[in-house]
Design a protein around this ligand. Structure first.
Ligand SMILES: Cc1ncc(COP(=O)(O)O)c(C=O)c1O
Length: 325
């Protein structure tokens, strides 16, 4: 089984300079954060998320029946893997470098994971826009109707360079998985949603509904996802992207200056090959209050992923690296 490794706090709690997650480094989004703090958690939410699904549907210009709410993107990854693999035989297609949970979910069902195979021989396919850990743009498959396909859009709202290679028409043919807690800088709020494809197989949709837990969203998640649809949220996000791009450029320049070799990417976080002298430094950096994400579990040993944190955190990173050189 692939171990599930994540960035962010561990048993020691939150570090002062956490480069290891991909939450918006300039967040939280003030409007969404305020709304979440005022969420009324005294009651069960509507188990069908009726109003929220209507709002998300309007936000994306699709019918409410196509909106599936999820406890988190992580929950949906497990759920659609269970649903799709029950209905189709064959391996699961996962990009060479990808978020580890796709493979972990396939392996939980004893299915092999491959990066290239004829789509009609597979049970499920994963894509990302852009991908992790590099923010890379992989080619859009040409046979989108051949196998149930999920496009993970966790970092689409945080794209800092270049247009998405996915046209609206391409995206409409696949399950789009949206988890706005990253773009809002609210990763402690667990709640996400998927937009089903325009011609989603009825049996697969029925399984996805049958496998959903009751009340997948708590009151805070419902509030966050409503806030996601507010025009003020989109304006805050759009307004933050130039500063995010600048922060990324400063981080990338500082890393390159120290001998890190950067991989191309369109997300705020960067992925870089670590110079030999720091190959084993990820653990020791934690003693300096700095967390980075080792990329071995993404299929990139010897690489780190670092989020584009502001200048003060970069200074802490440079000082810690200096101390460990
Ligand atoms: C690409 C990608 N997809 C999905 C997730 C999971 O998101 P969630 O916080 O909704 O479980 C992550 C979390 O880091 C991620 O990096």
């Amino acid at each position: 089984m692939t171990p599930r490794i994540h960035g962010g706090p561990d048993a020691q709690g939150v570090l002062p300079h956490d480069f290891s997650t991909c939450a918006h480094p300039l967040g939280p989004c003030p409007g969404a954060w305020q709304a979440v703090q005022a969420a009324d958690a005294r009651h069960y939410p509507d188990p069908d998320s009726t109003a929220l699904r209507q709002r998300l549907a309007a936000h994306h210009g699709v019918a409410p029946e196509r909106v599936l709410v999820a406890g988190s993107a992580s929950e949906f990854i497990q759920r659609i893997s269970a649903a799709a693999l029950a209905l189709r035989s064959g391996p699961v297609i996962v990009p060479k470098q990808a978020y580890g949970d796709y493979a972990a979910a396939a392996q939980a069902w004893g299915r092999p994971v491959v990066s290239a195979i004829s789509a009609d021989a597979a049970a499920l396919r994963w894509c990302a826009d852009p991908g992790s850990p590099c923010g890379q743009d992989d080619p859009v498959p040409h046979d989108l109707d051949a196998v149930p396909t999920v496009l993970d859009r966790a970092y689409t709202p945080l794209r800092v360079s270049g247009p998405s290679p996915w046209t609206p028409d391409d995206a409409d043919a696949v399950f789009q998985l949206w988890t706005p807690n990253k773009a809002l800088g609210l990763t402690g709020v667990r709640g996400a949603y998927a937009i089903a494809p325009r011609h989603a197989p009825a049996l697969l949709m029925a399984r996805l509904h049958a496998l959903a837990p009751s009340w997948p969203l708590g009151a805070h998640a419902v509030t966050m996802l409503h806030a996601w649809c507010e025009p003020g949220t989109a304006a805050w996000l759009a307004g933050s992207l130039p500063a995010l791009a600048q922060a990324r450029a400063a981080l990338a320049a500082g890393l390159a200056q120290r001998g890190f070799v950067l991989r191309p990417g369109a997300a705020p976080f960067v992925c870089a090959r670590v110079p030999l002298r720091w190959q084993d430094a990820a653990r020791a950096l934690r003693d300096h209050g700095v967390a980075v994400r080792d990329c071995s579990s993404f299929g990139l040993p010897g690489h780190w992923r670092l989020n584009a944190l502001p200048a003060a955190s970069c200074t802490a990173l440079w000082q810690a690296l200096e101390a460990l050189a």
